[in-house]
Design a protein around this ligand. Structure first.
Ligand code: AMP
Ligand code: GLY
Length: 423
């Protein structure tokens, strides 16, 4: 099978590493890829925003299957364009990708199909949004409706902060994404990520993970794309997984199909486990980054036929096997991230990772043959262990061998699970 993978981050390196092991793979391309992905696939310098160019490449190389990593191309209709040529694609249509592309769309699906989530209202002007906030009081959550690179959400602990967030949105802080605002009740509990493949009608639960969104240790400081993750998330007990499937995933699948937007791809449900049970914070329509890295470390089955089954509508016959051993990944980022940071800083040496360990490339490039850091999040140092504590020790031991002066990381990834293990 000839496969093209779209994307260039740590998530895509993990997907490439796993896909390349498939006995079904005959030719493997990635666009645009990164130096880590280049170990597994041939890199193609295609502009992914140019759907016509990608479609032409697929015809020229007789590509059988396209796997899309990030959300932006999906929201922009990339999968629809390729499917119009008869290509098989892993990833939802633009209409179905609204689950991530519009928070208001998702909240309306939740309301219509009784999916547990925070009570909400949608607004297209500041005065009405502010009146609602004053009526509801704090804490309260203000969200720009559209894609805002993870920055469009304010969890406001005071009414004043919430009112300020409304002004930010309508004054253009998030561009077109902030033209509409969702105001939502604050949910109290522990967060978890749940991943589930879907082929439009059937679902195959994958695994759970927990991310660390804040830049600082002890979950302090500003939000980032994610500074580290581990899988599984202990808060997602078998009972919670069953409830998530019944109360959240299955009604979403039905709702999307009934609305005329059957969902094919991966559901990444951001959940809050509250006193009442699992509640939906948000959907993403792609694997999490860095959650994907820990999922791929634990997946024992061949990934390629699973993604193919999601694209072909045969997930009812698919099963996935997972290692019981937890996996943990630590993100090394450029100093300054998520704010401004220096680019092209040299990474002098990366350690050899043995069995059950891997350094994934997230934001690296080759410059004159030397490896340099070009992104905010640059490396994902990943390891497995018999416990989260052991996976953490192995990951940090590996990380300490990375020679990259401009890098930093959090030193406490996995702390919640490790506290539980000690208790
Ligand atoms: P999102 O970009 O939707 O993932 O939101 C970013 C973060 O904001 C989430 O990971 C949560 O920590 C927090 N958040 C979003 N919605 C809520 C909510 N209704 N209640 C509490 N926290 C929330
Ligand atoms: N790590 C969170 C995300 O991928 O959105």
């Amino acid at each position: 099978m000839k496969v093209l993978l779209i994307g260039s981050g740590g998530r895509e390196h993990a997907l490439a590493w796993k896909l390349a092991k498939s006995p079904l793979m005959t030719e493997f391309y990635a666009a645009p890829g990164n130096p880590g992905i280049a170990e597994h696939a041939r890199l193609v310098s295609l502009n992914v925003e140019d759907h016509e160019a990608v479609a032409a490449f697929c015809v020229q190389k007789a590509i059988d299957f396209v796997v899309v990593g990030p959300e932006a191309p999906l929201v922009a209709g990339f999968a629809d364009r390729l499917r119009a040529d008869g290509l098989k694609v892993f990833g939802p249509s633009a209409a179905a990708a609204q689950l991530e592309g519009s928070k208001g769309f998702t909240k309306d699906i939740c309301a219509r199909y009784n999916i547990p989530t925070g009570a909400y209202q949608r607004f297209n002007n500041a005065p009405k949004a502010k009146a609602y906030i004053r009526e509801q009081g704090a804490p309260i959550v203000v969200k720009a409706d559209g894609l805002a690179a993870g920055k469009g959400v304010t969890v406001a602990m005071s009414v004043g902060e919430a009112l300020g967030a409304v002004d930010d949105c309508f004054e253009g802080a998030f561009g077109a994404a902030g033209a509409e605002v969702v105001i939502e009740a604050y949910l109290d509990g522990e967060e978890a990520s749940f991943f589930c493949l879907c082929d439009g009608k059937n679902a195959l639960p994958l695994a759970t993970a927990q991310d660390h969104k804040r830049v600082g240790e002890g979950d302090t400081g500003v939000n980032t794309g994610g500074m580290g993750a581990y899988s599984p998330a202990p808060v997602m007990t078998p009972e919670m997984i069953e409830r998530t499937m019944k109360e959240i995933i299955e009604p979403t699948i039905c709702g999307m199909a009934e609305s005329g937007y059957p969902f094919c791809g991966v559901f990444f449900a951001g959940l809050m486990i509250t006193a009442k049970g699992p509640e939906l914070i948000e959907y993403n329509v792609r694997f999490g980054d860095p959650e994907c890295q820990v999922l791929m470390m634990r997946l024992k089955s061949d990934l390629l036929p699973l993604l193919l089954a999601a694209a072909e509508g045969t997930l009812d016959k698919a099963t996935a096997e997972w290692s019981d051993d937890p996996a943990l990944t630590v993100v090394m980022a450029s100093k300054g991230y998520p704010g401004p940071y220096e680019k092209n800083t040299p990474i002098l040496s990366l350690p050899e990772a043995g069995e059950g360990a891997k350094v994934f490339h997230a934001g690296t490039s080759l410059k004159d043959g030397e490896l340099v850091a070009t992104g905010g999040r640059v490396l994902n140092v990943t390891a497995t262990g018999r416990t989260v504590g052991e996976a953490q020790s192995r990951a940090y031991a590996l990380l300490d061998k990375v020679e990259w002066e401009n890098g930093f990381c959090r030193r406490d990834i996995g702390w919640r699970a490790i506290e539980r293990e000690k208790a």
